[in-house]
Design a binder for this molecule. Sequence first.
Ligand code: E4P
Length: 226
Amino acid sequence: MQFIIDSADTKAIRHCMEFFPVAGVTTNPTIISKEKSDFKQLIAEIRSIIGPDKMLHVQCTSDTADEIVAEAQALKAIAGGDFYVKIPVSAEGLKAIRILKGQGIKVTATAIFTQQQALLAALAGADYVAPYINRLDNIVSDGAHVVEEIVTLFKMHNISTKVLAASFKNVEQVHKVSMVGCPAVTINPELFDQLIYHPLTLYAVDAFTADWEMVYGEKKILELLK
Ligand code: E4P
C-alpha cells in the first residue's frame, strides 16, 4: 500500500520524507494556492525534495481537453521525474485522459465521488482514480464503501488502474479504506503524525526507560557494548 503526502508545504514535505515511508506528493489548486509562492519554482522545489523516483501529482486548471493536454505536457516538463497530471472527471477530462495516455503521460483522475466515474476514468486510461473520502462522508455517503466497490469493480473487470483515496480528515477514514484493499492513500502531513500517535505507546516507552535507568542509569546500549 502506498502513502502519499497531500501537501505543497515544502517544510512539511521534508518532515514526512525524513520520517515516513512515502511514495510521493499530491497537490491540487487549493493546496498550491495556500503556499502563495511562484508556481513553477514551487513544483521544482517539491521535485528536488522528493527526488526523481517518487511520484509527483499536479492538477491541471483548464477545463477543455485541448487545454488540459497542453497543460499536462508543460507540467511534465517542469515537474520531471515520476509525474502524474491530475484531471477532474468530466467529458472533456475523459477525452484528455485518452489523448494523454496515447502520449505516455501518466494520469490521476480526480474529484471522484461515484463508482461509475472511477470506472469510466479507468477505461479512458487513468493510472490512478482519486475518490474523495471525507467529502463523501460529509454528505452522509460512505467513502470507504465507495472505495471498496471501485476496488472490486477493477478486480472483476481486470482493470490495472489503482485507487488513490484522497480527502481524509482522520485516522479512522484511512484505516477503513486500507481494510477494503485500497492500494494508495494521500493524506496531509498532520495526519501522518496522528497515524502513529497513541498515548499507550508513549506510556510504554516511558516505563521501559524508567526500568532501564534504575539499573544502567543514563548509559545507552552502545556504551554498554564497548
Ligand atoms: C487529493 O489530492 C485531493 O485533491 C485532496 O485530498 C482533497 O482534499 P480535501 O477534501 O481536504 O480538500
